[in-house]
Design a protein around this ligand. Structure first.
Ligand code: PLP
Length: 378
C-alpha cells in the first residue's frame, strides 16, 4: 500500500483539473488569436479567471495569472517597488519564495511567537520604523506547520502606517476560506499545484487601487501586468481545481481535521516519543508538524518512503536534500529537534486507512531506531 501524505509539497491533480487541462491542451492555439480556436482558449482562461476570482473574493479583472506563487510574489514586490513601495517587511516564517526575494531587497524581518504566530507588537514597531510607502509580506498559512497568521490585523497596522500588504495564500486556498477583502490585503497570491491543479500556474489577486507599476513589457497579456503567452492548460486546470476545492471546502475541512487529529492522537498514543509544533495556534486542518527526537528527518523520510509512506521533512528543498528549518528556528525550536522535524499533510484523496498506515509506519520506525540506539549503548 502506498500512502501520499505530502499535499503541502504538491497535491495530486484532481480529476476535474485533469479533464480541464487535457481539454485545453488538446484544443491548442493561442488565447490572443482572433479565430475560433484562439477565442475558445480565451474562453477557458476567462472561465478560470471567474472561478479563481470567486475563490479569492476578488474581481476577475483584478487577477493576474503567473507561472506559480514564486513568480507572483516576485512580480508583486517588483511592481510595488516601481510604484514607490520599495521598503519591505517580511514575516520570519514566509516561504523561501517570498522570504529570499524580500531579504535580497533588504527587508526587515518580523518575529513570531513559539507557536509560529506573528508577533503583532514587534510587527507594529517595524511598520512605524518603515516610515510609510512600504510592502509587508504576511502569509495566511505556513507550509511547514499549517499555522494561520492574523493577516487582517497585520494589514490594518500596515495601512495605518502607510504601507500595503502581500498575503501568500498558497497553502490556504481550498483548505480554509480565502477572501481578499476579509484579509484586508492589497495582494493575495496562490499556486495551482497546492490546490490540486497542475504545476505551472499561479495567480495574483489585486485589491482595487493596489499599486502595481509596469515591470515587464511585451504583448500586453493580463492587461499588460504580466505579458507573455498564457498557459491555458495549466490555468484551466487551476480554475477547475479551485472551483472543486471551493465546493467541497466546508465538508472537507472538517473531514481533514478529523483525520489529522486522529493521526496526532494515535501517534502520541503509539509509545513514540513525539513533539508537535504549532498546536497552540489556529492551524490548517490538513497539516501536522512534529519531531521524533533522536531520529534524523532525512533518515525518517527515506525509511518511511521504503515502507510506501510519502511524508516530508520540515521543508522540502529543490536539491532533494533536507534543509534546516528557518521556520522552526524562528519559533525557538532547539537545533536538535529541528533536525528531526517531519510534516504530514493530507488532502482530497486521504482516508482513514492512510492515517492508520502512517501511525503504524512511524511507530515501527521509532522502535527500530530505539533498538539501534540501545544496541549502540550496549
Ligand atoms: N508559498 C508557499 C507558502 C508555498 O508553500 C510554496 C510552495 O511550496 C510557494 C509559495 C511557491 O509556490 P510555487 O511553487 O508555485 O512557485
Amino acid at each position: 500500500m502506498r500512502v501520499f501524505a505530502d499535499y503541502n509539497a504538491g497535491a495530486p491533480v484532481r480529476p476535474e483539473a485533469e479533464a480541464a487541462l487535457l481539454e485545453a491542451l488538446r484544443a491548442g492555439g493561442n488565447a490572443s488569436s482572433i479565430h475560433a480556436v484562439g477565442r475558445a482558449q480565451k474562453g477557458r482562461l476567462e472561465r478560470a479567471r471567474e472561478a479563481l476570482a470567486g475563490a479569492l473574493g476578488a474581481e476577475p479583472q483584478n487577477l493576474v495569472f503567473t507561472s506559480g506563487a514564486t513568480e507572483a510574489a516576485h512580480l508583486v514586490m517588483a511592481a510595488a517597488c516601481v510604484a514607490g513601495f520599495a521598503r519591505l517587511i517580511v514575516s520570519a516564517v514566509e516561504h523561501d519564495a517570498v522570504f529570499e526575494e524580500a531579504r535580497a531587497r533588504g527587508a526587515a524581518v518580523a518575529p513570531v511567537d513559539a507557536d509560529g504566530r506573528l508577533d503583532l507588537a514587534a510587527f507594529e514597531a517595524l511598520c512605524a520604523q518603515a516610515g510609510g510607502a512600504f510592502l509587508a509580506c504576511v502569509m495566511l498559512a505556513n507550509n511547514e506547520t499549517g499555522v494561520l497568521q492574523p493577516v487582517a490585523e497585520a494589514a490594518r497596522l500596515v495601512r495605518l502606517a502607510g504601507g500595503v500588504t502581500l498575503c501568500d495564500a498558497s497553502q490556504a486556498l481550498g483548505r480554509v476560506p480565502v477572501d481578499l477583502q476579509a484579509l484586508e490585503a492589497d495582494y493575495v497570491i496562490a499556486s495551482s499545484h497546492k490546490v490540486g491543479g497542475p504545476p505551472g500556474a499561479g495567480v495574483i489577486a489585486l485589491a482595487p487601487g493596489a499599486p502595481f507599476a509596469t515591470v515587464h513589457r511585451g504583448g500586453g497579456q493580463e492587461r499588460g501586468r504580466r505579458p507573455g503567452t498564457e498557459n491555458p492548460p495549466a490555468i484551466a486546470g487551476f480554475g477547475a481545481a479551485a472551483a472543486a476545492a471551493l465546493v467541497a471546502l466546508p465538508g472537507e475541512a472538517a473531514r481533514l481535521k478529523a483525520l489529522r487529529d486522529r493521526f496526532e492522537h494515535d501517534l502520541a498514543a503509539s509509545r513514540s516519543e513525539v513533539v508537535f509544533f504549532g498546536r497552540g495556534a489556529d492551524r490548517l486542518p490538513n497539516t501536522s508538524a512534529f519531531a521524533l527526537p533522536g531520529v534524523l528527518a532525512e533518515t525518517a523520510v527515506i525509511s518511511l518512503d521504503l515502507a510506501g509512506l510519502a511524508v516530508s521533512s520540515g521543508a522540502a528543498c529543490s536539491s532533494g536534500k533536507v534543509k534546516e528549518s528557518r521556520v522552526l528556528a524562528a519559533m525557538g525550536v532547539p537545533e536538535a529537534l529541528r533536525g528531526s522535524a517531519l510534516r504530514v499533510s493530507l488532502g482530497w484523496s486521504s482516508a482513514e486507512r492512510d492515517v492508520d498506515a502512517l501511525v503504524a509506519g512511524i511507530a515501527a520506525l521509532r522502535s527500530r531506531t530505539s533498538a539501534r540506539i540501545l544496541q549502540g549503548a550496549a
